[in-house]
Design a protein around this ligand. Structure first.
Ligand SMILES: Cc1cc2nc3c(=O)[nH]c(=O)nc-3n(C[C@H](O)[C@H](O)[C@H](O)COP(=O)(O)OP(=O)(O)OC[C@H]3O[C@@H](n4cnc5c(N)ncnc54)[C@H](O)[C@@H]3O)c2cc1C
Length: 303
């Protein structure tokens, strides 16, 4: 299989004044898989700086993540970045995953710990994402660019926010190229946290994670998955006002995300990462709300 050559995110950051990236998850069913692969051309038209593919903590989507990454790499113009979590993995497993990505010509990885399973501690070789970053840098088969996760509204496991910044700094000091944040709905929390990062000497480019709410049930799931995320009162008020009308709920959620993006861009954010849930329509609507002509890329507009 021949794969094209990709770029390190550190070079993409030099090319694109503002990064626009999309996140996909590997579907569980053949139907979901076909739907996503048929939709990839719609995402391609928006010319994101890169796309990323999630990984099930503990290796639950190991082959599916790799298959989707390789499919995107070989069949589209998109530049795919795999997520990789280390929780529950042995060193030789991580090594063989890294080798697979090196063989596929992949240039970057989003290095994560993953959530600890609810039934207790896993018996893997890694405790934190920082250990995975070391393993990636120590891998001799390729020189991967490394991204990490950041949590503007805090990570539930470390209530002490100053200690959390220390842990983040220690990840950054191991050598990372970019940081992508957890989803948030309150830009002020993001701006304040970026300033806090600066204060502790973190100058890694920060890409803001944005996920439009499209249903009330979806919002409840997000609150579960992104523990600590704040849903501001005006957002909830606008959503509940129309809670019996799914179209209106969706419109409110997408408008809120579009306004967040506009303000982030006004403040010179380094990038926006859309958690797409494998659907292109909400992202397209946000692009349009920002003023982009239909099917147009945004990343070039700021150069
Ligand atoms: C953009 C993004 C993408 C994601 N993609 C995925 C995915 O594909 N698959 C998936 O399963 N999950 C994913 N997650 C979720 C993520 O794996 C979990 O939130 C996980 O609990 C934290 O991961 P981390 O990489 O930030 O871990 P870490 O940086 O290891 O931090 C985890 C916790 O440990 C604390 N900590 C760090 N170092 C130390 C230390 N030395 N001593 C004590 N405490 C410490 C931190 O403060 C934090 O509370 C994603 C999250 C984001 C924001």
């Amino acid at each position: 299989m021949h794969y094209p050559t990709f770029m390190h995110v550190r070079d993409i950051l030099k090319r694109d004044k503002t990064i626009f990236s999309f996140e996909f998850f590997p579907p569980n069913t053949e139907k979901g898989w076909n739907a996503l692969t048929n939709r990839l051309s719609e995402f391609e038209e928006l010319e994101p700086s890169y796309v990323s593919v999630t990984y099930g903590a503990g290796g639950t989507t190991r082959t599916k993540t790799r298959d989707l990454v390789c499919q995107i790499a070989s069949n589209t113009e998109l530049d795919p970045i795999p997520h990789l979590t280390c929780v529950g993995h042995k060193k030789d497993e991580i090594h063989s995953i890294l080798q697979e990505y090196a063989d596929a010509g992949i240039d970057n990885l989003l290095a994560l710990r993953g959530d600890i399973p609810t039934h207790g501690c896993s018996d893997g070789d890694y405790s934190y994402a920082a250990d995975l970053i070391d393993a990636i840098h120590g891998f001799e088969g390729a020189s991967f660019g490394v991204g990490i996760a950041g949590f503007p509204e805090g990570h539930p496991e470390t209530p002490n926010r100053l200690v959390q910044l220390d842990h983040l700094k220690s990840k950054v000091d191991r050598g990372v190229d970019w940081m992508c944040t957890q989803l948030f709905f309150d830009n002020n929390a993001f701006f304040d946290w970026c300033q806090q990062c600066e204060l502790v000497g973190i100058d890694t480019p920060i890409i803001a994670g944005i996920m439009p709410i499209t249903t009330i049930a979806g919002m409840r799931r997000m609150a579960e998955l992104a523990g600590g995320a704040n849903f501001p009162a005006p957002l909830q008020q606008r959503l509940y006002r129309f809670q019996d009308d799914p179209e209106s709920v969706r419109r409110v959620g997408v408008n809120w995300a579009a306004q967040q993006c506009a303000q982030l861009l006004d403040h010179g954010v380094r990038g926006i990462h859309f958690f797409t849930m494998n659907q292109s329509s909400a992202t397209e609507e946000i692009y349009k709300a920002l003023g982009a002509p239909s099917g147009s890329k945004l990343r070039g507009l700021h150069e």
